[in-house]
Design a binder for this molecule. Structure first.
Ligand code: AHR
Length: 313
C-alpha cells in the first residue's frame, strides 16, 4: 500500500504552499487568453503554485495532464473540460488519490457529482436565451421569415450545447425565426492547421444560403472571422446581416462601435481570484457551494462605445 500520507492529496507541500494543477482547454479564443492570464495572475497573488497545461482543444491531452497532476500529488486540480462527456474514469482516479477537483468555466456531464467539489463559471443556457431574446425584441415589428445561420462552438462542449439550446428555446414560439444552417467553427476566427473555423464556415454559409438575415455566433472570435467573410462577399455585417455574439472581448466591442456586431452577450473569463479562493477552501476541507455562477450582462450596439474603455479583456 501507499506510504503514510501518500494517499492524501490534501497534504500540502513544503512550507504549506498549495499546489494546483490546472488543465486548460487551449488558446482558441480571446476569451481563453484572458481566462488563462486571470488564472495565472490570481495564483501568483494567492501564493498558490500553479502547474499549467494547455490541451490544445483535445480531451486526450487534458486527461493526460490530469493523470500527471495526480502522479505529482498536487493539492487540488482545476480544469475547464473541453467537452462535456467522458470524464468519469479520470475523475475517479483523482478522487481515489484524495485530490479535490474544481470545474472552472465548463461543466462535465456525469451522474456522479461526488467526482468534483464545485463548479465555477457561467450559465451558458442563460447566455443563449439572452441572445435569442435580444433577437425576438429586435424583430418585434418586422415581417418574417428571419433566416438565421449559427456558428457553433467546439462540438460537444458545454458552451456550444447550452448556447444552442438556450437560443433555440427563446425563438421557438415565434414561427418567423428559422435556423437555416448551423455548424461548428471551433470557437476560432479563421483556419488553423486542420479544421474549418468561423470565417471559412461563414463563407460556406454565404454560398449555400441565398438569404441570410442573422448570424448567431457562439463566441466573438467566430463572429469576427465571419464578419470578414461577410464583407468579402460584398455585404455589410450588422446591417445586411445582423450579428449576435457571445463573450465581450475588446475586439468585439470595437466591431460594435463600427456597427458590425449588433449585440454581445457577456461571458466573464476573469475567474482566477474566485478559483483561488475556492481552492484554498477545498484544500482546507471547508465546504463550498456546489455551483458558483458569474454575473454577466448584455451589451447592445448603442451601449458599446460607453462600455469599451472599461472592458478588462
Ligand atoms: O467556455 C467558454 C468559451 O470558450 C468561450 O465563450 C469561448 O470563447 C471559449 O473558447
Amino acid at each position: 500500500g501507499p506510504a503514510p500520507g501518500q494517499a492524501s492529496g490534501a497534504k500540502k507541500g513544503a512550507g504549506g504552499r498549495i499546489t494546483m494543477g490546472f488543465a486548460q482547454v487551449g488558446a482558441e479564443s480571446g476569451w481563453r487568453t484572458a481566462n488563462t492570464k486571470s488564472v495565472q495572475e490570481a495564483a501568483k497573488k494567492a501564493g498558490i503554485e500553479l502547474k499549467f497545461s494547455d490541451a490544445q482543444q483535445k480531451q486526450e491531452n487534458q486527461i493526460k495532464a490530469i493523470r500527471t497532476f495526480i502522479q505529482q500529488k498536487v493539492d487540488v486540480i482545476a480544469f475547464s473540460p473541453v467537452v462535456e462527456s467522458g470524464w468519469d474514469t479520470v475523475l475517479k482516479e483523482a478522487k481515489d488519490a484524495g485530490i479535490p477537483v474544481i470545474l472552472t468555466d465548463r461543466a462535465v456531464d456525469t451522474k456522479d457529482t461526488s467526482l468534483y467539489k464545485t463548479f465555477l463559471g457561467s450559465d451558458f443556457v442563460k447566455e443563449g436565451k439572452a441572445a435569442g431574446e435580444w433577437l425576438t425584441a429586435a424583430y418585434a415589428n418586422e415581417q418574417g421569415p428571419v433566416n438565421i445561420v449559427e456558428l457553433q462552438g467546439t462540438t460537444g462542449s458545454a458552451p456550444a450545447n447550452d448556447r444552442k439550446a438556450g437560443f433555440a428555446e427563446a425563438i421557438r414560439a415565434d414561427g418567423r425565426f428559422r435556423i437555416v444552417a448551423s455548424q461548428s467553427g471551433e470557437f476560432t476566427r479563421a483556419k488553423g492547421k486542420t479544421r474549418a473555423k468561423g470565417k471559412e464556415v461563414m463563407q460556406a454559409f454565404l454560398k449555400s444560403q441565398k438569404d441570410i438575415n442573422v448570424l448567431y455566433a457562439h463566441n466573438d472570435d467566430m463572429a469576427l472571422g465571419a464578419i470578414q467573410a461577410i464583407e468579402e462577399s460584398g455585404k455589410k455585417p450588422g446591417t445586411d446581416i445582423k450579428v449576435i455574439s457571445v463573450d465581450g472581448i475588446k475586439d468585439a466591442f470595437v466591431a460594435m462601435t463600427e456597427g458590425k456586431i449588433n449585440v454581445v452577450v457577456e461571458c466573464n473569463p476573469l475567474l482566477g481570484d474566485q478559483l483561488m479562493e475556492l481552492a484554498k477552501k477545498v484544500v482546507a476541507g471547508e465546504s463550498v457551494p456546489a455551483r458558483v455562477e458569474t454575473q454577466e450582462g448584455v451589451f447592445p450596439q448603442d451601449k458599446a462605445a460607453a462600455a469599451l474603455p472599461s472592458r478588462k479583456y
